[in-house]
Design a protein around this ligand. Sequence first.
Ligand code: FES
Ligand code: FES
Length: 181
Amino acid sequence: MVATPLIKVSRTAVSTRLNGEETEFLCEPRQSLLECLRDNVGLTGTKEGCNDGNCGACSVLMDGRLVNSCLVLGVEAEGAEITTVEGLATPQGLHPLQQSFLEQAALQCGICTPGFLVAAKALLDQEPNPTEHQVRFWLAGNLCRCTGYDKIVRAVLHAAAIQRGAVPSEATAASTDGHST
Ligand code: FES
Ligand code: FES
């Protein structure tokens, strides 16, 4: 009987700034950034939908640019600044987009939600006061199979208004109410 030769896979150490923290992970040359985030680093907020660049569920920010992490090799993250959905909230609370998605009931199963949140953050970083058309155009690369898009678009517009201080979030209003009684 002929012994099966052992295949040795080399792994590369990749250094990134991930959600504001210096992070190093080992990565096989074939692995996508999506796989590295989920399987090697343990950040499972970024979702795998199609794994071929069509659904946007795996959206992350790489050096401030919106990318589909299933189409980026893990080794390409060397020296990059990566933001995933886990990097949106702060110790002070949810990001206005997260708060607004909750307030507007803009999710059902939630698989697409991290991708929408990250993509919407990229839009609001560039355009704090987008029109509905701009939101719909920007989010055209993100697919949702359950919610329909109206609530998601409304949530992004609402979050933009919260960020501009044009409306209070329900979280802020609730805490203000709590203090006044
Ligand atoms: S999983 Fe990356 S675009 Fe669908
Ligand atoms: S909420 Fe289920 S796919 Fe969007």
